[in-house]
Design a protein around this ligand. Structure first.
Ligand SMILES: Cc1cc2nc3c(=O)[nH]c(=O)nc-3n(C[C@H](O)[C@H](O)[C@H](O)COP(=O)(O)OP(=O)(O)OC[C@H]3O[C@@H](n4cnc5c(N)ncnc54)[C@H](O)[C@@H]3O)c2cc1C
Length: 519
């Protein structure tokens, strides 16, 4: 199967057999999982011909592609399940067609054709969903509505410092367009390179800054979407108390209520002052207490990544067997000395050791570069037979220690039962005065051909443990198809009724991303 279907980078980034053989001993040594013979990716299978192409009205024909590779690319996201299936050439339910409108009218035309004929429509941004959000699972005749032609910066309000961006714009393109105006969103999910403005809004994505502006929600002034019932656009405001918020209901709607076409987002100048530090903590619980002390003292570090000892070693941040805390402050106007000094003092009081700190913001570089390289490295690990996946959550501080312990134990047990061995690591991605977002990584030996069954069992054990601990099934990865079972347990029943009613009102034919969130 071509790298374009499952790969993260350009075709030139595809891992080679020689490169994988060279990497194998390093993988075994650093992860503890024995690397296997490099896998040769499969080919795009013979898909059944498109059911809808011949019947499309002429106004939609020119938007449509039934090219097998195009269909394959739109049938998978970027979760472990997706990559395993795509690398093996096992795509059971590709979209019937890919439709690429270049304006809002085109989106509206696709939706009215689909509603008339009862065709499921799956909005597709960058396809970086890790929760089965873009996969037409059990929807054999669905079409993928690709937003990649609805791109660009449309308008800049330099007075209010806000930008109007089209939904299909990927992170680097948004930043490049804003740069001449001296503005940035400073919104960097790890999938920044490939994910889109519309995808961020539809999934309530979170950037890599640990406090203040965490979820994309914090940047939103207004959202515009096309629904089968008409255009849904919220009013552009800095805040409003006028009833339930129309933009908030679209945030996290994951393509089930409408197709987001553009949004006004808050922007800011680049920071002028930066400071960072790396500290060692005897263990995760002590590190957690230090982080809580920082945020409860009112400090808002831009970076506050607490890594357990295994993750600190794996990322090359710290190999002493201690947990690591990577801290960073930044500011537009004044130096951050006072905040930095107080943060170091609070951490030392909590029992942490300062390893490095400095104004240029270079401390924690090993962690940062491992963060950026991770999506590329993941592909190589999979091809070498390593089961590698992440899951994340959020919890209040009073339940933090017990959550990490119970989820790590349940997931490790499942890995040993299913894979015979395996490791679970944990870091904090986002921190709040009242709690934090723990993020877990699992590494285990995969059994070739049984990877999906293996992962499904481990994922179920981990998700059950999250819900049992009172945590959320996701802090920022979204619900998709993969988290439905646990999301249904988590949300209040009357809210589920309200959401079902809202969907029925704007999407009476039920064509928008069925199986995600609802239905
Ligand atoms: C390596 C990696 C790192 C990641 N890091 C992060 C991270 O740091 N933070 C984070 O929050 N997430 C992260 N993710 C998850 C993913 O990138 C986010 O969910 C992202 O917001 C998806 O954007 P996308 O454009 O790729 O959307 P897609 O994957 O194309 O779609 C995601 C969902 O949104 C819907 N959708 C997409 N566009 C629209 C639209 N215009 N209108 C309506 N519905 C739409 C789709 O139907 C689907 O349900 C990561 C994923 C990977 C693979």
């Amino acid at each position: 199967m071509s790298y374009r279907v499952w790969g993260w980078g350009d075709p030139a980034d595809e891992p080679t057999r020689a490169g994988l053989l060279e990497l194998a001993p390093l993988v075994t040594a650093s992860t503890g999982v024995p690397a296997q013979e490099p896998q040769t990716p499969g080919v795009v299978p013979d898909f059944p011909p498109s059911r809808h192409l011949a019947a499309l009205p002429p106004s939609l024909r020119h938007l449509a592609s039934d090219d097998p590779e195009d269909r394959a690319r739109h049938g998978v996201g970027r979760s472990y399940r997706d990559l395993v299936r795509a690398m093996a050439g096992r795509l059971d339910s590709p979209p019937d067609l890919v439709l690429r409108p270049s304006d809002e009218q085109g989106v509206a035309d696709v939706l009215s054709w689909a509603a008339e004929h009862g065709v499921p429509v799956i909005p597709f941004g960058g396809g970086s969903s890790v929760v089965g959000g873009v996969e037409p699972r059990d929807l054999p005749a669905a079409v993928s509505l690709d937003l990649s032609r609805l791109t660009g910066l449309v308008e800049v309000d330099e007075i209010s410092r806000a930008v109007r961006l089209r939904a299909g714009t990927v992170g680097p393109a948004a930043e490049a367009a804003m740069k001449p105006h001296g503005l940035t969103l400073r919104f960097y999910p790890q999938s920044f390179e490939r994910s889109t403005v519309g995808g961020w809004l539809a999934t309530r994505a979170a950037g890599h800054f640990s406090t203040r502006l965490t979820h994309v929600d914090d940047l939103v002034e207004s959202v515009r979407a096309v629904t089968p019932a008409g255009v849904w656009e919220s009013r552009r405001l800095p805040g409003s108390g006028a009833g339930p918020s129309p933009d908030r209901l679209l945030l996290g709607s994951e393509g089930t209520l409408g197709v987001i076409t553009e949004a006004w987002l808050r922007a800011q100048p680049r920071p002028a002052h930066r400071w960072s530090a790396t500290l060692a903590a005897p263990d995760m619980a002590t590190g957690g207490r230090a982080v809580r002390a920082l945020v409860q003292a009112g400090l808002l570090p831009a970076t506050c990544r607490l890594l357990d000892s295994r993750e600190a070693a794996l990322t090359g941040t710290l190999s002493s067997g201690e947990a690591a805390l990577v801290l960073g402050f930044e500011s537009l106007a004044a130096p951050v000395d006072a905040e930095a000094g107080l943060a170091l003092q609070l951490c030392q009081d909590a029992g942490l050791r300062v390893l490095e700190s400095g104004e240029r913001g270079e401390a924690g570089e090993a962690w940062r570069s491992s963060f950026v390289r991770a999506p590329y490295l993941r592909e190589s690990l999979l091809l070498l037979g390593v089961l590698v996946e992440t899951f994340e959550t959020a919890i209040t501080w009073d339940r933090f220690d017990s959550l990490v312990a119970s989820v790590t134990a349940a997931t490790t047990q499942a890995l040993h039962r299913v894979c015979g061995a395996g490791t679970v690591t944990c870091r904090l991605t986002h921190v709040y005065a009242d709690g934090c977002a723990p993020y877990f990584t699992v590494l285990a030996p995969a059994r070739r051909g049984s990877e999906l069954a293996q992962w499904d069992e481990v994922k179920a054990a981990a998700s059950d443990a999250l819900v049992a601990a009172g945590a959320t099934i996701t802090h920022h990865h979204a619900v998709g198809r993969d988290h439905r079972h646990w999301y249904d347990q988590q949300r209040p029943d009357p809210f589920a009724l309200a959401l079902t009613g809202a969907k029925a009102a704007v999407d009476p034919a039920g064509i928008l991303n069925p199986g995600v969130l609802l239905g």
